[in-house]
Design a protein around this ligand. Structure first.
Ligand code: URA
Length: 214
């Protein structure tokens, strides 16, 4: 088991202005009218975090996908199903976790009639970090799990690298313990079965770190 606690040393883009909301429900209501960046213009729904108020673990993804945008719920599509399976195999009870995203609106490009995922840019991540910071301030989790580069950049800054730092718990300057790992959708993109299996096992190994905080 990896147990290296290190200081990320990078400035996270989480904002520290305080939100007026005193509960997650109030914060969710406030976020519905968010126009901090332009992504609200083309998205169907804002997708806020979900899970118990008492959650000690917060999992942070990149942004909602097509399915999440339609359902207005995080991680309900293929990546979410894979995440659920891997958490289960890592011995983590998903019902005790709060899941959210670094960016709350779906960013996409039209290809014919399909809406294809497009990566949020640094400005979009930075602006949306205000909501993530407010969620975390209300939740006060013991551990935040950064799934992939966008979440890592929002929580720990751009100096932290997923493939170099994965499996490690870094202290953010917002005084959060952040476990760095890959995004489950990276596994969905691997075509070769053995390689996919190897990477899936490594992801589960990373997620096993969570159990120590439950
Ligand atoms: N990918 C994410 O990062 N978040 C979701 O909610 C769904 C897919």
């Amino acid at each position: 088991m990896l147990e290296r606690f290190a200081s990320a040393g990078a400035g996270p883009s989480l904002a520290y202005e305080h939100a007026d909301a005193e509960t997650l429900d109030e914060l969710h209501d406030d976020a519905q009218s968010c126009q901090r960046c332009d992504l609200y213009r083309n998205a169907t729904h804002l997708v806020f975090g979900e899970g118990p108020r008492s959650a000690e673990i917060v999992l942070v993804g990149e942004q909602p996908g097509d399915k999440e945008d339609q359902a207005a719920r995080p991680f309900v599509g293929p990546a979410g199903r894979l995440l659920d399976q891997c958490l289960d195999e890592a011995g983590v009870d998903r019902d005790r976790c709060y899941v959210t995203n670094a960016v709350k609106h779906f960013k996409y490009q039209m290809r014919g009639k399909k809406r294809l995922h497009a990566r949020p840019n640094a400005g979009e991540i930075q602006r949306c970090a205000w909501w993530l910071g407010a969620e975390l301030e209300l939740l006060q989790p013991k551990l935040v799990v950064a799934l992939g580069a966008t979440a890592v950049s929002s929580l720990l800054g751009t100096k932290v690298k997923v493939m170099r730092d994965r499996g490690h718990i870094l202290h953010s300057s917002a005084k959060l313990d952040v476990l760095v790992t890959i995004h489950p959708s990276a596994l969905l993109r691997i075509r070769e079965a053995d390689e996919r299996e190897r990477n899936r096992a490594a992801f589960i190994q990373d997620l096993k770190e969570i159990a120590r905080f439950l």
